[in-house]
Ligand binder design. Structure first.
Ligand SMILES: Cc1ncc(COP(=O)(O)O)c(C=O)c1O
Length: 367
């Protein structure tokens, strides 16, 4: 047996008819940019997140960039974020000319450690970017209390957590503004790049609406130097077809995770993901920890035809791109340890129990 890291086929078959007819409609009407399907998706995805406004953009990276721009984060400002995340969480801070301040994460949830956040605050701190890594919410109560006390804006990087909940509330509604990615491998993935900024704040919404569309007010009246970053109508057709299925696909992901837990719980040398009681995990990524020889095990798993990946092998504070910040090994010990231990196993909604069993047995044997 071979098991791919992700198999999109059954998801595609579930939406094929809707996508085929939806695309034909877009092609016939020729409404490719900010067409009706795009507006429908903004409305429905914002409602799904339980917030008022949504702006479809090019990518999750642009969603973060435009959100920080709309918050008026600029050179001289500091933005606090976890180091153990995808590089885009930091790139957006650099794009607006602010200084990224990296903090360590919690060893069991992989998410930002609120105490580390508090300790990193300075008079220049203007925003915190909270990442809900792999599909589980960060500790929002603690983080929001600290942020409020210091008048710091909260940006949720929800690129990996579509549909996850925290104390019964939807991810995307827990900060000042939230940013999603619809990159194909995400739980809600387009057939190309895409992203969205959602918020309850009218001013932020209006800012993002302008920023994503050349900074225009009327057709050729430009009030700010904006960008070209809009979600294609064609991608919105795909996302409209997928959105009604997201909750059931997330449930299927949780079932796959439960099967992994059944096979792998208690195996020496391995730590399976921990889920806090007050939140639902959506397992965009199923990342566990291997205490020894992780890299060798990755190679062997690949040799057996099992798709595995490492999210992420180098924490951002040690990336060459951020050498200018002057961090060194040992500065953020939990992030550095996780980077050496995490391993992402195959995870997709339609993964069969025998596939999970095969992956788990191979992993156990190697350990
Ligand atoms: C945590 C996180 N933030 C931001 C992004 C950027 O999203 P995109 O690839 O759509 O630019 C991603 C995904 O790639 C991500 O995983």
């Amino acid at each position: 047996m071979t098991v791919p890291f992700i198999d999109f086929r059954e998801q595609y078959l579930a939406i094929k008819d809707k996508v085929d007819s939806g695309l034909a409609g877009v092609f016939e009407r020729g409404a490719f940019i900010l067409g009706q399907e795009e507006k429908d998706f903004e409305r429905d995805f914002a409602a799904y997140c339980n917030v008022k406004y949504g702006s479809g953009v090019n990518s999750g990276t642009d969603a973060l960039y435009l959100a920080l721009s709309a918050l008026d984060i600029k050179p001289g400002d500091e933005v606090i974020l976890p180091s153990f995340t995808f590089i885009a969480t930091a790139l957006c801070v650099s794009y607006v000319g602010a200084k990224p301040v990296f903090v360590d994460v919690d060893e069991t949830t992989y998410n930002m450690n609120p105490e580390r956040f508090q300790a990193a605050i300075t008079p220049r701190t203007k925003a915190v970017i909270v990442v809900h890594l792999y599909g589980q919410s960060a500790d929002m109560t603690e983080i929001a209390a600290i942020a409020r006390q210091h008048h710091i804006k909260i940006v949720e990087d929800a690129a990996q957590a579509h549909g996850a909940t925290y104390q019964g509330e939807k991810i995307g509604s827990l900060g000042d503004v939230a940013c999603f990615s619809f990159y194909p491998t995400k739980s809600l993935g387009a057939f190309g790049d895409g992203g969205m900024v959602v918020t309850d704040d009218e001013k932020i919404h209006e800012g993002v609406q302008m920023l994503r569309d050349y900074g225009r007010k009327g057709r050729y009246e430009h009030v700010i130097k904006g960008h070209n970053s809009r979600l294609d109508t064609v991608q919105a057709v795909v996302l409209n077809a997928k959105l009604p299925l997201l909750d059931s696909w997330n449930e299927q992901r949780r079932n796959v995770a439960a099967h992994y837990a059944e096979f792998l719980q208690g195996v020496n040398g391995l730590v399976i993901p921990a889920v806090r009681a007050d939140r639902t995990h959506v397992y965009q990524t199923y990342a566990l920890r291997i205490k020894k020889n992780r890299d060798k095990i990755v190679e062997e798993m690949k040799n057996k035809g099992i798709g595995v990946l490492i999210h992420y092998p180098i924490p951002i504070h040690l990336q060459e791109a951020y050498a200018e910040c002057g961090y060194k090994r040992g500065d953020l010990p939990v992030s550095e340890k996780l980077a050496e231990e995490v391993l992402s196993l195959p995870m997709f909604p339609h993964m069969k129990k025998d596939q999970v069993g095969y992956v788990a047995a191979a992993l156990k044997a190697l350990i």
